[in-house]
Each structure stands twice: as structure tokens, then as C-alpha cells.
Design a binder for this molecule. Structure first.
Ligand code: 3PG
Length: 390
């Protein structure tokens, strides 16, 4: 991969793609700056080399210009973290942007407005890509988490400028490749999340490398239903029962252990519950909604992970976002956070949100910054934003 280390960045205007698609509250305040912090090594390196740093990022999925998704707060937070003013433009391209860039001094940092305010970003429009590229001399992609998108600032721009990977991008790829190419055994997947359909690719790709797969979260109900158990009103992908059966057959044929929860925390309502109890996996009644795995399942999963040398965790064990349904996820993430000689990697947007909510971020070896991008990479797909950097 062409690294930023190999680029002649000194005194150049460098277009740096970051992913500042950060979560915000209803007032637009940033609730997690993990992605901004992850971008600091690349930005500091460029400042040190006296480059003029022009940052391109998206935020959200706006339909045209939308004040909710302006990048002003991100620029402010980045300024605070860098201890250096980060100017922000009101536009993405155009003469006013060009004239601000022309006036930049060596080592200064500028942030363009949300690149998705222009619909030509998502359509990877060649003219828009060219106009973006005309703002600088070099392009650095440090946005692994956006690199599964065939967008102008990720893919199109690389047609027009020498393109390199930033430090955060490199780190992601090293971590994920280590997991894919040389996992130390036993290698265990703690798989959660609601949808079998979203995770099937990762499970299929990794199955022959894995020793044990523990399945929790909403998707466990699709597996249990496929085995003929009642799951009440729990989340279910009825059209994916064949997929669940296929995974169970594949695991059996390959001699891999596939472990399902043995109990659940159930409720009568996710919004206004009047009743909660722990029930065994084979005792669901019609009104019950499984909202978290139960304590015996937590202990069972721990027992299987205890001797793991590589553990990938992807997707929460229950609806951790809702009060009272996060215990299974919290207990297991605390447990994972205590490993010292085991390589523990957390992947996926909900997983990292849960780890952050529980204040466990510093306890993990590595938390991938990507959501969809990480899953696609683990599935073995070639990401369009990475190919031009090779
Ligand atoms: C992410 O948060 O996963 C990336 O920023 C990509 O966002 P998108 O799914 O809106 O393209």
C-alpha cells in the first residue's frame, strides 16, 4: 500500500479524506470524538511536514445542504484536540474555497464543508471528482470506514491525484489482515447483532479459520427458530431460516463449535415493560420478547472464550441502547476487556458504540473504526477506496 510516509508532502497542499461521520445528540453536539482522535496522527504528521492540510469529510446522509450536518462542530473539536485553529469553509468547491486555500500558510489546516451536500459526491461524478482534485497536489485517504463507498472523494478523486494511505487507514488494514491471515488459535467469534443477513458473509468467510462461534443478539432467535424452538415475539428473520441452517450445517461439517444462548432476558414490551424475567431458550411463551442474553449464556460464552488467543467480537448481545437490556453485552465486554495475552478485536458500529457507552474503550486491543467497511473487508470484498492505494 502506498503510504503517506512515501509521499513528498513537504510544503504541498494535501487533500486529506477523513471520516468525521461522528454521532451527535439532538442539539448537534458531538457525543463521541473517537474518529476525530484517530485522525490526529496523520494530521500532525502533515503539519510537521509543513503541508497545507485540506480535510474532506462527510457526515450523515444529508439530502442536499442541511444545517444539521454542517461540519463546524467537528472543526471546532479538531481545533481543540490539535491545539491549533482549523478554519472551515462554507462550501466544498468553488472560487471562494480556492482563494482560501491559496492564502493558507505552511502547516495550516482547513476543513471543507460536508462533501455529501453535493449530490455528485455519492454518484462519483467525474467532474466533481476533478474539481475536488484541483484543490490540491496530493490525496491521502485516512478514512477506512468510508472506503467501501464508490464516492467522488473516496474513489473518483484518485483518478486525478497521486494517492496514499494515512496512518489510521494503515493501522486498520494491518489489524484486520492479522486477523484474516494469521489468527492465533483458538480463534473465537463472538457474534451478535440483529440480522443474520448482515453477518452471514463474515461468518462464512471466517468459518474455516475459527474454532468456536458464540452467537448472541437478535440473530440468535433466527438460529433457534431454525432448530424448531418457539421464540415468542422476539426479533426474527423468518426468511433467513435456511441461512441459519446452512451455517449450522457448515459448522458441523467443519467440526467447529457453534454455541447458542441457553437463556434470555425477556420482556412484554421494549418501550413500556411491565414484566421482565430470565427464561430458558426452550421456554418462550407467545408474548415474550427476548431483549438480552441471560446470565447462564454469559457464563457459557465466557467458558468458551477463556482460552481464546484471538477473539473477534461483532454485534451486541442484546438491545443495549435501551435501559435494562445491556447487561449481557456489558458483562461479556468487561470480560473481553480483561484479556492481556489474547488479541481481542472489536468490529462494527454498534459494537464500538456499546464499548464506548460502557466506558471500556481503553481496555480493548483494537476497536475498528469501521461499520459497513469493516464487515465488507472481513467478508473478503475489495473496497473501492483502498484499491487505488495499492
Ligand atoms: C460509517 O459511519 O460507517 C461511514 O461513515 C459510512 O457512512 P455511510 O454508511 O453513510 O456511507
Amino acid at each position: 500500500m502506498k503510504s503517506i510516509r512515501d509521499a513528498e508532502v513537504r510544503h504541498q497542499t494535501v487533500l486529506l479524506r477523513e471520516d468525521y461521520n461522528v454521532p451527535t445528540d439532538k442539539d448537534g453536539q458531538i457525543t463521541s470524538d473517537t474518529r476525530i482522535i484517530a485522525s490526529l496522527p496523520t494530521i500532525k504528521y502533515l503539519i510537521e511536514k509543513e503541508a497545507r492540510v485540506v480535510i474532506i469529510s462527510h457526515m450523515g446522509r444529508p439530502k442536499g445542504k442541511d444545517p444539521l450536518y454542517q461540519l463546524d462542530k467537528v472543526a471546532e473539536r479538531l481545533s481543540a484536540l490539535l491545539g491549533k485553529n482549523v478554519q472551515k469553509t462554507a462550501n466544498i468547491i468553488g472560487d471562494d474555497v480556492k482563494s482560501v486555500i491559496d492564502q493558507m500558510q505552511a502547516g495550516e489546516v482547513l476543513m471543507l464543508e460536508n462533501v455529501r451536500f453535493d449530490p455528485r459526491e455519492n454518484s462519483n461524478d467525474p467532474e466533481f471528482s476533478k474539481e475536488l482534485a484541483s484543490l490540491g497536489k496530493l490525496y491521502v485517504n485516512d478514512a477506512f470506514s468510508a472506503s467501501h463507498r464508490e464516492h467522488a472523494s473516496v474513489l473518483g478523486i484518485t483518478q486525478y491525484l497521486p494517492s496514499y494511505a494515512g496512518f489510521s487507514m494503515e493501522k486498520e488494514i494491518i489489524e484486520l489482515n492479522q486477523l484474516l491471515d494469521r489468527p492465533a488459535h483458538p480463534f473465537i467469534l463472538l457474534q451478535g447483532g440483529a440480522k443474520v443477513s448482515n453477518k452471514i458473509g463474515v461468518i462464512e468467510r471466517l468459518l474455516d479459520k475459527l474454532d468456536v462461534i458464540c452467537i448472541g443478539g437478535g440473530m440468535a432467535f433466527t438460529f433457534l427458530k431454525a432448530q424448531g424452538y418457539a421464540v415468542g415475539k422476539s426479533y426474527l428473520e423468518i426468511e433467513k431460516l435456511d441461512v441459519a441452517n446452512k451455517i449450522m450445517d457448515m459448522a458441523k461439517n467443519l467440526g467447529k463449535k457453534l454455541i447458542l444462548p441457553v437463556d434470555f432476558l425477556v420482556t412484554d414490551s421494549l418501550e413500556h415493560s411491565t414484566h421482565r424475567e430470565i427464561v430458558a431458550f426452550d421456554k418462550f411463551q407467545d408474548y415474550m420478547i427476548g431483549a438480552d442474553i441471560g446470565p447462564s449464556s454469559v457464563e457459557l460464552f465466557k467458558k468458551h472464550m477463556l482460552y481464546g488467543k484471538t477473539i473477534l467480537t461483532n454485534g451486541p448481545m442484546g438491545i443495549f441502547e435501551k435501559e435494562g437490556f445491556g447487561t449481557g453485552t456489558l458483562d461479556l465486554y468487561r470480560f473481553l476487556g480483561n484479556f492481556r495475552d489474547t488479541h481481542v478485536l472489536a468490529a462494527g458500529g454498534d459494537t464500538s458504540a456499546a464499548i464506548e457507552k460502557f466506558g471500556l474503550s481503553s481496555r480493548f486491543n483494537y476497536i475498528s473504526l469501521g461499520g459497513g467497511a469493516t464487515l465488507e473487508y472481513l467478508e473478503g470484498k475489495e473496497l473501492p477506496g483502498i484499491k487505488p492505494l495499492l
